[in-house]
Design a protein around this ligand. Structure first.
Ligand code: PLP
Length: 428
């Protein structure tokens, strides 16, 4: 039943996710705080919204040497840039002044909410040094909105998505010039906004204290493993997400429990799990990436197909959305783009009939990564790749177009340019 079809008094019973976020937003208006105190004049307590314009800057005295990409990615520890942004939230006062400061450890009590009840959500996006010399992030508005949604789902404080975007940009304006130098176009770093419940009280409850932080790190290139990405379907006793669950939110709780299956797939020589769902084995996601098939339908029509968003099983990936939009716009006439449920049995049938043309995983980490094999219950589906192990034709075109926007070979509204000072702040 649609939430709108029920009386207002029962809407919480039908769609609590929407009702709870609506209530929270009403209680936490996204207006500027009153200069003194937290009252709106009607005697109603008003808490401070997240406000990027208040950001304070404490620059490091010891800027670290910027490592070579290969060296940075070789160890067992993620290498971060010199600075991070943090902002603390308390239920009574709202968001405190955000701070840009040297990268370093957080201080948490062992009783902190996130350590026990997984009150954590995060985002991931890359920052690219373009071939035109500019620094860009890709559709950051989508990540900021998604983090807002995830925060609401996990009972963490809300914020105006545009303020999170501004904080990301501020951090990149400081660390971008030195860590992604202009003379190395084609390089990227990874931005990880994170929100954690920090209240130091055991007990299963929504945290009254939280911390937002943003870090910038190295990340290996994973978009073209030799021979393509090989997927192993999920075992019968495991699902990544379920209808009524939270697979659509980027909350840490989605990932820890998936590691067992992934580790086992690695042991068997596969890269990632193709997560199936339900009795029929619906294809949902590949690892923590969205999953696409290019095939010929039975009626002969070429189709790009991926799982739908409507049952909230899968994550609404920015890369997924971009692939769909760019394919609809630039491959119209050549290929149909379809978001619907489809099953592993349909793939096996299409494979037997020689109708599978290409497949790829799509997400920030793997970007657009050709898939060459799916192993399901003792059976292999071998998927064609392009010549010499490159992406197939459709995959390659989509990857090329989106990559061009990321690296400034095509000027496009999806590429957000980071303002940079000519001099490097840490050396002033
Ligand atoms: C982050 C993520 C994706 C990819 O989303 P992008 O916005 O494209 O990076 C896909 N699936 C899951 C489960 C994810 O966590």
């Amino acid at each position: 039943m649609a939430p709108s079809a029920v009386p207002a008094s029962q809407q919480d019973d039908v769609n609590l996710t929407a009702a709870a976020i609506h209530r929270k937003e009403a209680a936490q208006p996204a207006t500027k705080p009153h200069p003194n105190g937290h009252s709106n004049g009607n005697g109603v307590a008003k808490v401070a919204p997240l406000d990027a314009s208040l950001l304070t800057y404490t620059l490091t005295e010891n800027p670290r040497p910027v490592p070579d990409e290969a060296v940075a990615n070789a160890g067992d520890e993620t290498v971060a840039t010199d600075h991070m942004v943090t902002a603390v939230w308390r239920a009574s006062t709202g968001w405190a002044t955000p701070e840009l400061k040297p990268y370093g450890p957080l201080s948490l009590m062992p009783t902190a909410s996130c350590l026990h009840y997984a009150t954590e959500c995060f985002e991931g996006l890359k920052v690219f040094r373009g071939y035109d010399g500019k620094l860009r992030i890709f559709r950051p508005d989508r990540n900021a909105k998604r983090m807002h949604m995830s925060a609401g789902r996990i009972s963490l404080p809300l914020f105006e998505p545009a303020e999170l975007e501004k904080l990301m940009v501020a951090l990149l304006s400081v660390d971008g010039p030195r860590w992604l130098p202009k003379d190395k176009p084609g390089n990227f770093l990874y931005l990880r906004p994170t929100l954690i419940g920090t209240q130091s009280q055991l007990g299963v409850q929504a945290p009254k204290e939280a911390m937002l932080y943003i870090i910038v790190t190295f990340m290996p290139r994973m978009d073209s493993p030799p021979g393509g990405m090989r997927l192993h379907t999920s075992p019968e006793d495991m699902v990544r997400a379920w209808v009524g669950g939270f697979g659509y939110a980027k909350v840490g709780a989605n990932y820890g429990p998936s590691l067992m299956a992934t580790q086992d797939a690695r042991r068997r020589g596969y890269h990632q799990i193709l997560w199936l769902y339900g009795e029929q084995g619906e294809c949902t996601e590949a690892g923590a990436s969205n999953f696409f098939i290019v095939w010929k339908r039975k009626d002969g029509q070429k189709e790009l197909i991926t799982a739908p968003l409507d049952d909230k099983l899968i994550l609404d990936g920015v890369t997924r959305r971009s692939c769909i939009e760019v394919a609809k716009e630039r491959l119209a006439g050549e290929i149909e783009v379809t978001e619907r449920k489809y099953t592993i049995a349909e793939l096996i049938e299409a494979d037997a009939e020689g109708r599978i043309l290409e497949s790829f995983a799509a997400g920030t980490a793997y970007f657009i990564c050709p898939v060459s094999q799916i192993h399901h219950r003792g059976q292999d589906i071998n998927i064609p790749m392009g010549p010499e192990g490159a992406a197939g034709e459709i995959t390659g075109k989509i990857k090329g177009w989106i990559g061009d926007i990321m690296y400034g070979r095509e000027q496009h509204p999806w590429g957000f340019i980071i303002p940079e000072k000519e001099s490097r702040p840490a050396e002033d």
